[in-house]
Design a protein around this ligand. Structure first.
Ligand SMILES: Cc1cc2nc3c(=O)[nH]c(=O)nc-3n(C[C@H](O)[C@H](O)[C@H](O)COP(=O)(O)O)c2cc1C
Length: 231
């Protein structure tokens, strides 16, 4: 799909305004071509009611009702997007509760008559922009695994992850590797799988070599099509 036809939904899960994660994500978004549509939603300011699991209620009682209010807004924006970007700090090695609650609602939307949620989500791209206070980016692995597995379950593609470091607002501006990586984060997705950018890694050279052999990739090389931008 041409870049100009894409629509990015940025779901900001920080429990404060103008935090590091949004700063990093806005830097990445700034590199998108100006005609790419984008929508920013702060999940804390778009609250959802408590999620109820009614999947195994009898009869027709296991059908979730037509969404209303914020739920409707989030469903409509999710369906309209081609790219869903989780703009999420690391909270206790995992997703903030607002992002998790939003994802719990996917389980409801799978069961809203007439929505065909899974079919509509298939082929969309999921991305993660994450900031954590810990200097070891591997501490975000659980959060990333949650998102990657969920994308896979929904038949979505994994766009990649952009990880920054910071504690108080503005700290991430000092993470020069993350800020620089942000400039290429979304744009590099338009190059073929396997040529994505890995910061400071000899894997980058391997990827480059292998990307020259496109057929190798298509025939099931062990290389991930969704390589990582990790700062
Ligand atoms: C509830 C809570 C839990 C946190 N848990 C972690 C954690 O597990 N690991 C970590 O490195 N930082 C943790 N942090 C620090 C945040 O990830 C860090 O301050 C980040 O910059 C916040 O993002 P924001 O500025 O976009 O709000 C936590 C912060 C909060 C408020």
């Amino acid at each position: 799909m041409a870049m100009s036809e894409r629509r990015f939904l940025f779901l900001v899960a920080s429990a404060r305004r103008e935090g590091n994660t949004e700063t990093l994500a806005r830097k990445a978004a700034a590199s998108l071509p100006s005609d790419v549509k984008r929508q920013w939603i702060h999940l804390d300011e778009t609250p959802l009611p408590r999620f109820e699991d009614i999947r195994h209620h009898g009869g027709k009682n296991n059908q979730y009702p037509d969404p209303e209010g914020n739920e409707r807004l989030l469903l409509d924006e999710t369906l309209s997007a081609t790219d869903i970007v989780f703009v999420t700090p690391l909270y206790w090695y995992s997703l903030p509760s607002s992002a998790k609650l939003y994802m719990d609602y996917w389980s409801a939307w799978l069961r809203v008559p007439g929505v065909d949620f899974k079919k509509q989500m298939a082929g969309k791209k999921m991305w993660a922009v994450c900031v954590l206070a810990d200097e070891d980016p591997k501490r975000a692995e659980l959060l990333l695994t949650t998102l990657r597995h969920s994308a896979e379950y929904m038949g979505m593609e994994w766009g990649g992850e952009l990880i920054g470091n910071g504690s108080k607002p503005g700290d991430v501006l000092n993470d020069t590797r993350a800020m620089e990586a942000a400039e290429h984060f979304f744009v590099s997705s338009s190059v073929p799988a396997g040529t994505r950018f890995i910061v400071g890694s000899s894997q980058f050279r391997k990827l480059l070599l292998r990307s020259l052999c496109g057929s190798l990739l298509k025939s099931g090389s062990t290389l991930s099509a969704n390589s990582t931008v990790r700062a």
